[in-house]
Design a protein around this ligand. Structure first.
Ligand SMILES: *Cc1c(COP(=O)(O)O)cnc(C)c1O
Length: 424
């Protein structure tokens, strides 16, 4: 499938007059259409809620769009919880799915009434000691171990991942929590990241639904919700077929009707915590070619760098690139597209076939709407680029300004050593 940018060159030329590159651009229309599709795909479940994984795109303007659809937030730190609180999310719409959790973060989560999803059995006494009594509803994160397989093969290796409780621990945790007055339970599991298949959620649902039926029977506990968490992926590569959330929702519904309904558990609410799928394809990094270099290879240097998008440097992730205005030209040049960090892995693409790039050409780096801005860092004193929202009416709104040198040095504001810092 050809990957088509959600803006034209003409539109970018217009935006550039107000906001020079590099910048992150998000497509409100795409975000809304997808949010609506997610809501519809699971509308068959009365209690369904998508808890948007804040880490994917922690921008309050974007999060407020999701709020309109009745979604909640999945948070993993105090800062993310504070954002949920500041945006007035109902406490039961804030999920705290953390791991290796500091006491301070548990205390804050308890204070704002977030739903706590425990990652480990040893966290139960830790929580009691540091925070106090458990709330009436508690979620537990399950890790089945081993390898996780669906029909087209092994998907991932939960046995190697640091998350969750074993099955024996899960049972033990429920017994302990029931004895301490916990009334309702949630089961959460996140087994595979970035799945590009409509089979993952239905397969996970089957595993968790069967487990829930057994737990309710054997332990007499009330299972209030089952949280399929994240993992629904994005077709980053042109040959990949994107997930169809309607097919996924239908697959989960089938499992629900086969397993939970006959067990009298039709009131169980279904939760998801998608991040990547909610915003990934609806964001792009817009950057201009500023240098070309001909040594042992051909390089195009752009004005963005890994500070804006770390995924390629971090795990060799593929992000498709379209040279705007050259969509139909032959890809007869092979380039490494680089940023300016003093790190040889600061490359948005390696040996990529692209049309001939001239200085001043604008590159649209696809699918950077999730784990893009948020994963960025400040190496080399490089500043983070602004975030812009392309609204449904075609106007553009600045939703986060670019960092300034002053922002970068702001943590020295407790002393006068940088009083001579120029406003640059
Ligand atoms: C990262 C994460 C998510 C979101 O994952 P995506 O793959 O972005 O959908 C959801 N839940 C938890 C606990 C996570 O750590």
């Amino acid at each position: 499938m050809k990957k088509i940018p959600f803006v034209t060159k003409e539109k970018i030329d217009e935006i550039k007059k107000t906001y020079p590159t590099p910048f992150h651009l998000y497509d409100e229309k795409g975000i809304r259409e997808n949010a609506k599709a997610v809501k519809e795909a699971f509308a068959w479940n009365k209690g369904f809620c998508e808890y948007f994984a804040v880490k994917a795109l922690p921008n309050p303007f974007i999060i407020n769009i999701f709020k309109e659809y009745g979604f909640g937030l999945d948070c993993a730190s105090k800062a993310e919880l504070a954002l949920a609180k500041a945006l007035d999310f109902e406490p039961e719409r804030i999920m705290f799915s953390s791991n290796d959790t500091p006491a301070e973060e548990y205390r804050y989560a308890a204070k704002i009434g977030a739903v706590i999803n425990f990652d480990d059995i040893t966290h139960l006494p830790f929580y009691e000691k540091e925070v106090g009594a458990f709330p009436e509803t508690v979620s537990l994160r399950y890790n089945p171990g081993g390898v996780y397989e669906i029909s087209n093969g092994i998907m991932d290796n939960p046995g190697d991942s640091k998350y969750g409780l074993t099955k024996a621990q899960l049972y033990e945790a429920v017994r302990i929590l029931m004895s301490k007055g916990v009334k309702r339970f949630g089961i959460h599991s996140f087994l595979v990241s970035n799945t590009v298949t409509n089979e993952y959620y239905p397969a996970l649902a089957k595993t968790l639904f069967s487990l829930a039926v057994k737990m309710q029977k054997e332990l007499g506990c009330e299972i209030a919700f089952i949280n399929l968490s994240g993992g629904v992926g994005v077709a980053y590569r042109p040959y990949q077929e994107p997930n169809d959330i309607r097919v996924i929702g239908e697959g989960v519904r089938k499992a629900f009707e086969e397993i939970l309904v006959p067990a009298g558990m039709e009131n169980v609410s279904l939760y998801t915590e998608m991040g990547r799928f909610m915003t990934g394809p609806y964001g792009a990094l817009i950057t201009t070619a500023i240098h070309e270099k001909h040594i042992y290879k051909e390089y195009i240097g752009v004005d963005a760098c890994a500070v804006d998008l770390m995924r390629p440097a971090m795990y060799n992730a593929y992000h498709h690139i379209t040279v705007l205005g050259k969509e139909d030209e032959i890809l007869d040049h092979t380039y490494d597209v680089t940023g300016s960090l003093c790190e040889n892995n600061d490359k948005f693409a390696i040996d990529r076939n692209l049309p001939k790039i001239s200085m001043g050409d604008v590159l649209f780096i696809h699918d950077t709407g999730a784990h893009g801005y948020s994963m960025g860092y400040n190496y080399n004193g490089k500043l983070k680029s602004p975030e812009l929202l392309l609204k449904e009416d075609g106007s553009v709104q600045l939703i986060r300004r670019g960092e300034t040198v002053k922002d970068y040095y702001a943590t020295f504001d407790f002393c006068d050593i940088l009083d001579g810092l120029d406003e640059v």
